[in-house]
Design a protein around this ligand. Structure first.
Ligand code: ADP
Length: 262
């Protein structure tokens, strides 16, 4: 318990720090991207001999912006658009995308929840979170393997005393992403949610994938946990607060448009 509380406080402190830096950095990048746009307008046309460098500036300013957004997600400062989602529907929609992203050497299995359960979350962010988990799974299964995405109902009753209540008792919908890959040592698993923590080569990993997932889940009022065994594989479980009673959409229970606003 004490250890869990200390870990929670540590993540909170890292979140505040990275959030502050990412926020200021984002503003600076905004200025740079605006200036590039104005420059392009002023010039009417970028001289051909400058085009390559101009594009390089634009591309990298955009990449840097997306990195700061992932940091902001961890620090729970991003703007979410929560709507009622039926996770079963969302999973059905992303399965094809997952299979494409993971290639033929990975078998993708989805196990849908036995009931019609609703959660309140940002559908795009939940999709991004599942994709992030799947890409990590792919990296851990270079020789092929199996990815399982499972939806189930879960009740968490852990509560921490005091001002910091990390896990609130209640009903959740669990989204579990499992792989049969390399797994993590307890040391790696303990740090995996921290921003910039990576065991991958420079250029391959940013260390922001899981921190983004963690931030999204926390901001949605949920919890994230890692279960991993070296040589066996990894399961990341996301617990999202289940909508009950009047929170459940009535007229729209079968409308898939609730899931995809695209
Ligand atoms: P990145 O993937 O860029 O390294 P992440 O935050 O997504 O950043 O992951 C942090 C680290 O956690 C990874 O470098 C890896 O060591 C470990 N990890 C994450 N997911 C898995 C997984 N499914 N199997 C094994 N290790 C994992």
């Amino acid at each position: 318990r004490d250890q869990a509380l200390a870990q929670y406080q540590k993540m909170d402190a890292i979140g505040q720090l990275t959030g502050g830096i990412a926020h200021d950095f984002n503003n600076l990048l905004h200025v740079i991207r605006n200036a590039l746009e104005l420059l392009e307008k002023r010039l009417g046309q970028v001289p051909p001999e400058a085009r390559q460098y101009f594009d390089m500036l634009k591309r990298n300013a955009e990449r840097a912006t997306s990195l700061t957004h992932r940091l902001l997600a961890f620090s729970r400062r991003q703007v979410l658009d929560p709507k009622p989602i039926n996770p079963n529907t969302l999973i059905v929609d992303v399965t094809t995308l997952l299979q494409q992203a993971l290639g033929e050497s990975v078998e993708v299995e989805t196990v849908l929840g036995a009931g019609v359960w609703w959660i309140m979350a940002d559908a795009n962010q939940l999709e991004t979170a599942i994709l992030n988990l799947a890409l990590n799974a792919r990296d851990a299964m270079s020789g092929g393997g199996k990815l399982t995405v499972e939806i189930s109902n879960a009740y968490l009753d852990e509560t921490y005393a005091g001002a910091h209540t990390e896990v609130k008792a209640g009903q959740y919908v669990m989204v579990a992403v499992s792989d049969t890959g390399t797994g993590m040592t307890p040391e790696v698993a303990a740090k995996a949610f921290e921003p910039f923590f990576t065991t991958k080569e420079v250029g391959r990993g940013t260390g922001l994938g899981l921190s983004q997932v963690y931030g999204f889940v926390k901001q949605s009022g949920g919890h994230a946990k890692i279960y991993s065994e070296p040589g066996e594989g990894t399961t990341v479980k996301l617990y999202l607060p289940r909508l009950t009673g009047s929170g459940v959409p009535q007229a729209e229970t079968r409308a898939p448009s609730v899931v995809h606003g695209k």
